[in-house]
Design a protein around this ligand. Structure first.
Ligand code: MG
Length: 372
C-alpha cells in the first residue's frame, strides 16, 4: 500500500468505533481519518474531532447533520467506511457507501438483518465490497478466503451461550434483567447482551451469514463454545474444517477488516496457554434456545422477514428490561410477530422501513396486552 487509505468511521464514539480509531493510531502512514460520526454524544465527538482535525464530523441525532452525511458518503471521497452505528437507523448509510462503490466494513448488523438480499445485490451492482466486522463473520470470511459457496458443507457459528446458559428453561423464566445483562465473555451493549442470552443474536447472525456467504440456513449450525476463542468454523465439502481463533477482543476482526487479506503486523497478542486450554464445543439445543428455529422462519417469510424479526426483538427486549414481560416472552413475542405479519416485499429502503414500522406496532401492542 503506497498512498494512505481514507477512512470514515460511523458510530465513532461507540466501542467498535473507538477501538477502530485506537487501532489505526499505530499506522499513521497507512490510514487517514476523513470522517467521523456519532449519534448523540456531542462531547465525545468533539474530543475525537480534535484528535483528528483533518476529519469532517457529524452528529447524526441532529437532522441537518444526518442529512449532510448521506451525500458525503455517496460522493465517495474515501476508500473504506467502517460502519459501527447501532440499530436499523444504520441502513441508509450502508446503502450510500455501497452505491458509491466503496468498501463497507460492517459492524452494524441490522443492515444485513433488515436488508441483506438488497444490500448484497447493491454491492454486486456497484462493485462495492462488504467486509464483516462481527467476530463470527470475520472468522468465516477469513476461513473462506478464495473459496466459493459451492465449497461449503457447513458453517459453524459459535455462541457463548449467554448469561443464562447454565439455567434450565424453567429457571430462565424467572431471570431478571440484572442476571441477563451479566454476560460471561463479551462486554457489549444491553440489547445485544439480552440477545445473547435468548440466542436471538445468533439468529440474526445466521441471517447475516446466509446473505454474506450465500449459504442456506440449513447449512448453518450453532455451537455453544463457552470460551469465545473459536470465533467460527467452516466445514468444506471434503470434510476438512478450518476455524479462526483468538482472544475475545473486537480489535482482531476490526484489524482484519482494515488490512485483510494482508496480515499486517500488529501489537495484538494471540495465543496464551491459559486462554486456550479446555476449549469446548456443544450443539446448541432447541429446548434450551427455542429462538434458533426463527432464522429459517424469518428467511421463509421473504425479503422483509429479517426486518420484522429485528423490530419485534427490539421491542421485546425493551419491554423485558423495563420489567413489562418475562424473559421467555421475548422469543415468543418474536415468533408471534413473525407469524402474524404476512410476507412483505423488501427490495428497497422504503419497503424495509415500512415492514419495520408495522412489526414494531404489532409487537408494542402485543407487549401491552398480556398474556401473549
Ligand atoms: Mg457476533
Amino acid at each position: 500500500m503506497s498512498a494512505r487509505r481514507r477512512l470514515v468511521v460511523l458510530g465513532a464514539t461507540g466501542t467498535v468505533g473507538r477501538q477502530t480509531l485506537e487501532l489505526i493510531r499505530d499506522f499513521p502512514d497507512l490510514w487517514e481519518v476523513v470522517g467521523i460520526s456519532a449519534h448523540s454524544n456531542q462531547a465525545a465527538l468533539k474530543e475525537l474531532a480534535q484528535a483528528h482535525p483533518e476529519a469532517q464530523s457529524w452528529l447524526t441525532s441532529q437532522d441537518v447533520q444526518r442529512e449532510a452525511l448521506l451525500p458525503f458518503l455517496q460522493e465517495g471521497n474515501y476508500d473504506v467506511c467502517l460502519h459501527a452505528m447501532v440499530g436499523a437507523a444504520g441502513l441508509p448509510f450502508s446503502e450510500a457507501v455501497l452505491r458509491a462503490g466503496k468498501t463497507l466494513a460492517l459492524a452494524n448488523k441490522e443492515s444485513l438483518v433488515l436488508g441483506g438480499a438488497w444490500l448484497c445485490q447493491l454491492a454486486r451492482e456497484h462493485h462495492a465490497e462488504i467486509l464483516p466486522v462481527d467476530s463470527e463473520h470475520s472468522a468465516i470470511h477469513q476461513c473462506l478466503h478464495a473459496r466459493t459457496p459451492a465449497d461449503i458443507r457447513t458453517l459453524y457459528l459459535t455462541a457463548s451461550g449467554g448469561a443464562l446458559r447454565d439455567l434450565s428453561p424453567d429457571e430462565q423464566k424467572k431471570a431478571t434483567p440484572t442476571q441477563v445483562l451479566n454476560h460471561p465473555n463479551w462486554d457489549m451493549g444491553p440489547r445485544i447482551t439480552v440477545d445473547s442470552a435468548t440466542m436471538m443474536n445468533k439468529v440474526f447472525e445466521i441471517i447475516e451469514a446466509h446473505h454474506l456467504f450465500e449459504t442456506p440456513a440449513s447449512q448453518i449450525q450453532v455451537l455453544v463454545h463457552r470460551q469465545s476463542i473459536i470465533h467460527s468454523m467452516v466445514e468444506f465439502q471434503d470434510g476438512s474444517i478450518l476455524a479462526q481463533m483468538g482472544p475475545p477482543d473486537m480489535k482482531f476482526p476490526i484489524h482484519y477488516a482494515l488490512f485483510g487479506p494482508h496480515r499486517q503486523p500488529s501489537p495484538l497478542q494471540g495465543f496464551s496457554p491459559e486462554l486456550f486450554q479446555n476449549l469446548t464445543l456443544e450443539p446448541a439445543r432447541l429446548s434450551q434456545y427455542p429462538a434458533l428455529a426463527l432464522a429459517q422462519q424469518a428467511l421463509d417469510a421473504g425479503p422483509a422477514g429479517g426486518a420484522v424479526l429485528n423490530a419485534a426483538d427490539e421491542i421485546a427486549v425493551e419491554a423485558f428490561l423495563a420489567g413489562q414481560i418475562p424473559f421467555h416472552h421475548i422469543v415468543s413475542l418474536c415468533e408471534t410477530t413473525l407469524q402474524a405479519i404476512p410476507s412483505l416485499p423488501g427490495e428497497n429502503l422504503a419497503l424495509i422501513l415500512a415492514a419495520d414500522a408495522w412489526a414494531r406496532d404489532f409487537a408494542q401492542q402485543a407487549c401491552a396486552t398480556p398474556p401473549l
